[in-house]
Design a protein around this ligand. Structure first.
Ligand SMILES: O=C[C@H](O)COP(=O)(O)O
Length: 236
């Protein structure tokens, strides 16, 4: 597994969600730090078939960090969904934690120790204690995303102080943190300043800004450059 430990002086890393090996290679070649397997045809947190996730993990190897979505937390138990995706060999497994209780969280984390990322939807609000609860259950990280994908981006749903508090709480409890949700290149300067470990994108880096269209390698490269530019400016 490539270097993934959060180094809080580093700029946020770029997570790009892809739907297959071709897009995974496009994101890798454009400089993405984390390749995230997700099915944009199945809502905000749709899981790809395990064999597709396995193919993405195989084509990336250790050239980048990999993750895959296990599901939106509804229907089957989250632990079972985590186990299926954990077996594909990706580095991290993302699962919506919704209203899961401590027992369900611990069972999910135990299916892939040190590899499970809890996803929260901005529309539901972010309880101040959720990072502590996820850390206590054995999660590796936490990410805020948006359930709706009709163009209302994360900053329109949660104010900077709320996002800052979430990132700080993740850091306090040793969790990697991520912010995502219909983000565009224009969101990078403000969100990078909140110092999450990852900023997650799909739609804003696809052709026409449509997450169900193909990933655009040039836009991915622009996001990589924007993140690095923010870091250089902060360091100056
Ligand atoms: O995890 C990443 C986000 O879900 C990316 O999707 P989006 O930019 O289309 O909202």
């Amino acid at each position: 597994m490539p270097e993934v430990e959060p180094t809080f002086s580093a700029p946020p890393r770029l997570l790009v969600s892809v739907r297959g090996p071709d897009e995974a290679l496009t994101a890798l070649q454009a400089g993405a730090d984390l390749i995230d397997a997700k099915d944009p045809e199945r809502g905000a947190l749709g899981a790809l078939p395990p064999e597709t996730v396995r193919a993405i993990a195989a084509c990336i190897g250790d050239r980048a960090v990999t993750s895959a979505v296990a599901g939106d937390g509804t229907g089957t138990a989250i632990a079972a969904a985590v186990a299926v995706i954990a077996a594909t060999g990706v580095d991290f497994i993302k699962i919506a934690v919704g209203s899961a209780d401590e027992a369900a969280l611990a069972q999910a984390a135990a299916r892939a120790p040190g590899r499970v990322i809890g996803v929260l939807f901005a529309e539901d609000g972010v309880a101040p204690d959720i990072p502590a609860r996820l850390a206590a259950a054995g999660f590796r990280g936490a990410m805020i995303d948006t359930r709706g994908k009709a163009g209302i981006a994360l900053p329109a749903l949660l104010a900077a102080p709320q996002l800052t508090a979430f990132v700080a709480a993740c850091r306090t409890h040793g969790l990697m943190s991520g912010l995502a949700g219909s983000l565009t290149l224009a969101d990078i300067p403000a969100l990078a300043g909140l110092a999450p470990d990852y900023l997650g994108f799909r739609g804003g880096l696809c052709q026409g800004g449509n997450r169900r269209q193909a990933l655009d390698g040039a836009r991915v490269a622009q996001a990589v450059d924007a993140l690095r530019t923010c870091h250089r400016a902060d360091a100056a």
